[in-house]
Design a protein around this ligand. Structure first.
Ligand SMILES: C[S@@+](CC[C@H](N)C(=O)[O-])C[C@H]1O[C@@H](n2cnc3c(N)ncnc32)[C@H](O)[C@@H]1O
Length: 287
């Protein structure tokens, strides 16, 4: 047994008390973890790509952000559970465009673009996609719980940013407010330093957690991404549109919340029950 030589129980607190406190808090952590893992199991049972779906389901239950036929943009969609929820809740005839920097299999019914949302050419391509009101909509409204008829024959529809005509858009400054809901669950991926030769969708790099574990870094990165998503939304959202973003809390989040309060009628700050990270929060802005 390892005994820490500098360990001295505090006056009035015995070593046994300390040990039982440690046991208690670790058992509480274990219980909390077990409770949260129910979401993982439930997601698998419901055919959802990840437990993250429950955050969005909770929001929609409460604030009714989705309606039939809407256009949804899901920023940082991979692996795709928010897109799955959005697609299912906007049928018949809704369309969902997912954008992610990493390659991923598009969820059924969802159109996707792989690229860095912060890059102006990717945002131009998103605008170009959205400009055509029919693009990305199911061809036949034969939606059922398992999916829908699509533009593409199997699964979702992967758009190619490379083959886009984004450079030839007549006037990219003309804004087209076609979007009903912008979702942003972007969190900065770790810097990849090796393994570039692996090009499959199941690369460990593509599957790993997107947070660094350093609270300051995660907060700063998430603020940049939320501000970019908000700036896109103020160009693309229809009057009456909604904005949902996840962020890692920290010194700057009050400012983001204030900006949302200036732009939307109601802003709700939520701590999703299904989230693993203690510092992960959501802002849901409703017009
Ligand atoms: C927590 S995951 C999203 C989970 C997703 N909402 C779901 O329900 O499955 C965050 C995603 O944001 C993506 N991301 C981070 N920065 C990005 C950027 N600049 N452009 C596009 N995607 C980004 C990451 O690649 C990652 O897949």
């Amino acid at each position: 047994m390892f005994v820490c030589p500098s360990f001295r129980p505090l006056r009035g607190i015995s070593g046994l008390d300390v040990i039982s406190q440690i046991r208690l808090s670790s058992s509480k952590r274990w219980q909390a973890r077990q409770h949260k893992d129910q979401f993982t199991r439930e997601a698998a049972v419901q055919g959802l790509k990840s437990r993250a779906a429950f955050k969005l389901l909770q929001i929609d239950e409460k604030y009714h952000i989705f309606k039939r036929g809407q256009t949804i943009v899901d920023l940082g969609y991979a692996p795709g559970s928010w897109s799955q929820v959005a697609f299912n809740r906007t049928q018949p005839n809704g369309r969902v465009l997912g954008v992610d920097i990493i390659p991923a299999q598009p969820p059924k019914g969802v159109s996707t673009i792989q690229g860095n949302f912060l890059a102006p050419e990717i945002q131009a391509y998103i605008q170009e996609f959205l400009r055509d009101p029919q693009r990305g909509r199911p061809r036949h409204s034969t939606h059922d719980a398992g999916g829908s008829a699509l533009d593409s024959t199997s699964g979702g529809n992967q758009e190619s940013a490379q083959s886009s005509d984004a450079d030839n858009i007549a006037d990219p400054k003309i804004l087209h407010r076609t979007v009903d809901v912008v979702l942003s669950d972007m969190s900065e991926p770790w810097l990849q330093t090796s393994g570039f030769w692996k090009r499959s969708l199941s690369d460990p790099y593509n599957r790993m957690m997107n947070t660094s574990g350093n609270n300051f870094r995660d907060h700063a990165g998430s603020m940049d991404l939320c501000h970019a998503a908000l700036s896109f939304s103020s160009d693309a959202l229809k009057t009456g549109g909604h904005f949902v973003c996840k962020f890692y809390q920290g010194a700057e989040d009050k400012e983001l919340e204030k900006q949302l309060r200036d732009l939307f009628q109601k802003v709700h700050r939520l701590k999703p029950e299904s989230s693993r990270s203690v510092s992960c929060n959501l802002l849901c802005a409703i017009s």
